[in-house]
Design a protein around this ligand. Structure first.
Ligand SMILES: O=C(O)CCC(=O)C(=O)O
Ligand SMILES: [Fe+2]
Length: 261
């Protein structure tokens, strides 16, 4: 069955910070995006090495055909969801990325909130004020292959850290999982999985090929990756003026912090 928007998606998004659009991609588009992802994975690894997480934006590379990505942005079910949940002022970012599995070793990002805990120098009071507006900092992952890499803390998207979260991690932001190249692949994999599970209230977000999760990147989340599970996941967002303004403000805070060091 093809995807159809319902009010449940807006309720989930505003109550929990995420909602899943099951079966969004039609088969032909899924095939076309998979073909582009092969080229993109090769390019990403040539540029960033075998552990490369992403290629972004895909539009910057002439080897990649932009047409299926533009077709994705115009999918009626996606456009309708964005319009109903966020409103017509939210438009494609032009920053479309593809996320990949590592070629060699398991790894995971640290638990973080985007544009706060993964950027140095951010004024956190400003950040927590900004994210009270539930229409800012949306993001999407659309799986071209089954993908369970994303972990997420439902309901954490519009509030500061809870006492339980602070108790679970001695420093904010938490350090990444304690993996090292001297570990076996299995030790590294299990260390990353235990790290993901150690966040209070965290859930794994499994997607089937063609599913899309629409979530707020202001929530606690992480990506957990293993080389044996093929990943090509389209990653983007739909931004309005307030999103671009925060991005600019955050980049200025980061640049000022870097200049001081
Ligand atoms: O791999 C993912 O799905 C999440 C990645 C992520 O959160 C990040 O790179 O900031
Ligand atoms: Fe993130």
């Amino acid at each position: 069955m093809t995807f159809a928007y319902s009010a449940r998606h807006a309720d989930e998004y505003f109550d929990h910070g995420y909602t899943i659009l099951r079966g969004l991609l039609p088969a032909t588009l899924l095939g076309e995006l998979r073909r582009q992802s092969e080229t993109a994975r090769d390019l990403a690894r040539r540029i960033d090495g075998p552990q490369a997480q992403r290629l972004q934006p895909v539009y910057e590379y002439e080897e990649i055909d932009a047409r299926p990505f533009r077709e994705f942005n115009a999918l009626p079910g996606l456009v309708e969801t964005v319009r109903q949940v966020l409103g017509p002022d939210h438009q494609p970012t032009g920053l479309t990325a593809l996320l990949f599995e590592p070629a060699e070793r398991p790894w995971a990002t640290h638990w973080h909130r985007d544009w706060a805990y993964n950027v140095p120098g951010i004024d956190l009071d400003r950040f927590f004020e900004h994210i009270k507006n539930k229409k800012v900092l949306n993001q999407l992952n659309c799986a071209l292959y089954d993908d369970a890499s994303l972990w997420f803390v439902p309901g954490s998207d519009a509030r500061p850290d809870s006492d339980a979260e602070r108790a679970a991690f001695a420093t904010i932001p938490p350090p990444p999982p304690a993996v090292s190249d001297s570990m076996s692949l299995e030790e590294a994999e299990l260390t990353c999985a235990a790290y993901a599970r150690s966040m209070p209230g965290a859930v794994q977000v499994p997607l089937a090929a063609g599913d899309l999760v629409f979530y707020r990147s202001s929530a606690w989340h992480l990506g957990n990756y293993v080389p044996y599970h093929r990943r090509a996941t389209l990653h983007d967002g739909f931004y309005a003026e307030a999103d671009w303004a925060w991005r600019k403000e955050a980049e200025e805070m980061r640049d000022r912090a870097m200049a001081r060091t």
